[in-house]
Structures are given as C-alpha cells and as structure tokens.
Design a protein around this ligand. Structure first.
Ligand SMILES: [Zn+2]
Length: 202
C-alpha cells in the first residue's frame, strides 16, 4: 500500500498520453482499486502473501475488476461528473464515454499489476497460472535481487512522475497555442481588411 502513490507517476503519464481513448482519472484511480486488496489482506489474513486474497493483482481478475470499476464510475453520474470536472479543473477538459472509462479501468489495473510483478514475488500475474514468470525474468530467478529491483522500480516511478508533470505542461502549452494562432489569424485578417480599405486595389 505505501507504494500506491508511486504508481500515479507511470499511470498518470500513460493516461495523459492516451487521454483521447482513456479516462485519465479512472486510469489513475485504478491503482487505488487494486491495492484495496493489500489493505483487505492486512485485516483478513495478515502477513505474506499479501497480493492473492482476491486475485486483483492478476491480469484476469484485476482486468475484470477494472472494467466493472470503469462502468460503475460511468453509470453513477456524480462520479462521472467528478471525473470530467477534475479534468476541466486542470485545464484539459475531456468528454468521457463508457468505453473510455472501461478501457481506463482495465489497462490502468494491468499497468499497476505489471509494475508490481517486477518486485513482488507473490504476484500471480498470469493467474490461474501460479508462478510469477515476470518476477523470475526480471530478477534472474534470484530472490536476493528483489530489493535492488524495488529500488529501480521506485526510481522509474519517480522519473515518470517528472515525465507526467512535463507532459502536462506541454499539453497546457499546446492548448494555449491554437488559441494564439486563432488570435493571430484574426488580427492578420483585420489588418488585411484595414489595408484593403485604405489602399484601393491597383
Ligand atoms: Zn499493488
């Protein structure tokens, strides 16, 4: 659970990059949905493994939970309104659809599970297949490499936080640019008009 905010970096960056197709707030909130499993585990069966109680940290069940989550946010109007409002508030207004929310739910969970699978041996990403193939691949089959991998994951998540903020700045600038261009076109037109009225055509 303490790692959930780290996930906001990669999910925020990818979400912003593909914001035409994914609902960004759902894409980011999917991280919280998945990690509810870890909190639940803490109360229901304390101790490791902490990522297996509901199979949320799997592509299969996690993807399904993400799809339902996206549909719930879409059909419960205050949630949909909140999502659209939050995008408008940060200066990137977006009209949401059922598909964009369901897609964001599924892919948001998948990205989270993929990142977690790098450094948590107990993630069964391809459940019902029980082995964490990705963990073994990334850590060269050695548990002793896990801590180092975790440090790398934290580093890259922080990097993606920075990239997300950078991309956000670029998107805001791009949104401002067409407006400036329109203004310039308008002033060019009115200048041409003024010039046309002053000096009749030869
Ligand atoms: Zn997780």
């Amino acid at each position: 659970m303490p790692f959930t905010p780290y996930h906001f970096g990669p999910n925020g960056f990818v979400g912003l990059l593909f914001r035409r197709w994914f609902d960004v707030p759902v894409f980011i909130a999917a991280n919280v949905l998945v990690d509810i499993e870890v909190i639940a585990d803490h109360f229901l069966q304390p101790g490791w493994p902490v990522h297996q109680i509901w199979h949320f940290h799997t592509l299969l069940v996690g993807g399904f939970a993400g799809a339902i989550f996206g549909a719930i946010v879409y059909y419960i109007k205050p949630f949909r309104w909140l999502s659209e409002k939050s995008m408008a508030l940060i200066g990137l207004p977006a009209k949401t659809t059922l598909l964009s929310m369901v897609l964001a739910g599924v892919l948001g969970v998948w990205l989270h599970v993929l990142i977690d699978s790098f450094y948590h041996y107990d993630i069964q990403i391809f459940w019902p297949h029980k082995d964490n193939t990705i963990f073994r691949w990334i850590n060269s089959g050695k548990m002793s490499n896990m801590e180092k991998t975790q440090q790398w994951v934290v580093f890259y998540c922080k990097l993606f936080w920075g990239l997300m903020l950078g991309l956000y700045g670029v998107l805001l600038a791009l949104r401002a640019y067409p407006n400036n261009r329109d203004v310039m076109r308008q002033s060019e037109k009115s200048e041409a008009k003024a010039a046309g009225t002053k000096s009749p055509q030869a």
